[in-house]
Design a protein around this ligand. Structure first.
Ligand SMILES: [Zn+2]
Length: 302
């Protein structure tokens, strides 16, 4: 299928197709940990010393349309391959490949729809076990009318994309590894988010807040906030941050990469949701985030 001029502009800015992302990751030694709802490979990439006792976990591509997070993850992983790592980095750079493929298909056929969920209509960042509950979309059955808004799934880890990822980490932990910190990459809003998202109260440990504030100081234009306080009254039950914070006592940070992309692109794009989430000034965003986020993943003090 040929690419529209509009899609080509994003491709020229540096965004990869799903096949290209997979080729890059497989070339770096990624392995499959299972299959998505539609039978696509779920990829995991591991860097760092074999005998490390602790690790950092990197997640990206949980939400279908947030391609910038996947691109930033690839940039960080590329840099970390040249670093002398003292810990393992365990990366799941494209958690929702079916969603990514659906967006790609939409863009290629010039249907500029909003996409977020997996193929079952579940928001994969509402499907983790800690603080999991039915969200408004599930309760009001909105998700049957607008499936891409995403419901939370029948229970935590109901979706293969989240379940295989958790199982794969549990296997590593059985070998004595400890998850010390987590970085999850999303879009948009230029925020550094920390737990909790599912409840109003903050976690007992102050470390999430302190490191988020330290990252804020290093990232001009970004601001740190507890997830459930970002839009008061809007909770994120069953999100990855709460899961890693409570289940593993891991330092847990989510970065919303990039601003509202529409400000950086032409006005005629305002009705194309892809441009809200993915700025064409991708290189500048990657340059800004690479240093501080690589240091974070390496476990260096902020
Ligand atoms: Zn997201």
């Amino acid at each position: 299928m040929s690419e529209s001029g509009w899609l080509r502009r994003f491709r020229d800015a540096g965004y990869h197709s799903l096949a290209e992302v997979e080729d890059i990751l497989l070339g770096w030694g990624a392995t499959s940990i299972g299959e998505s709802v539609d039978g696509r490979r779920l990829l995991r990439l591991e860097l760092g010393p074999e005998d490390a006792e602790e690790c950092s976990v990197l997640l990206a591509g949980i939400h279908a349309m947030e391609w910038i997070g996947v691109e930033v993850a690839l940039t960080l992983l590329r840099s970390l391959q040249d670093a002398t790592l003292k810990r393992k980095i365990i990366a799941f750079p494209i958690v929702n490949p079916d969603g990514y493929a659906r967006v790609e298909e939409s863009l290629r056929s010039k249907r500029f729809r909003f996409h977020r969920a997996n193929t079952n209509g579940v928001d994969l960042n509402r499907n983790w076990s800690v603080h999991h509950r039915a969200n408004l979309a599930s309760r009001l059955r909105i998700s049957r009318v607008v499936p891409e808004l995403g419901h939370t799934g029948g229970h935590g880890r109901s979706e293969p994309e989240v379940d295989r990822l958790c199982a794969s980490l549990e296997n590593s932990l059985a070998d004595g590894l400890r998850i010390e910190r987590v970085l999850s990459l999303h879009s948009f809003g230029r925020k550094v988010l920390y737990p909790y998202g599912g409840i109003w109260a903050p976690p007992k440990a102050q470390k999430h807040h302190d490191v988020a504030k330290a990252l804020e100081a290093q990232l001009p234009g970004y601001s740190a906030v507890q997830t459930s306080h970002w839009v008061p009254g809007s909770f994120a039950p069953g999100m990855e941050l709460d899961h890693f914070c409570d289940r593993y006592d891991a330092l847990s940070i989510l970065v919303e990469c990039g601003g509202l992309g529409v400000r950086k692109t032409v006005l005629s794009d305002w009705w194309r949701p892809f441009s809200w989430f993915n700025t064409v000034e991708l290189e500048a965003e990657k340059r800004l985030l690479r240093g501080p986020l690589c240091a974070y993943l390496e476990g260096r003090p902020a």
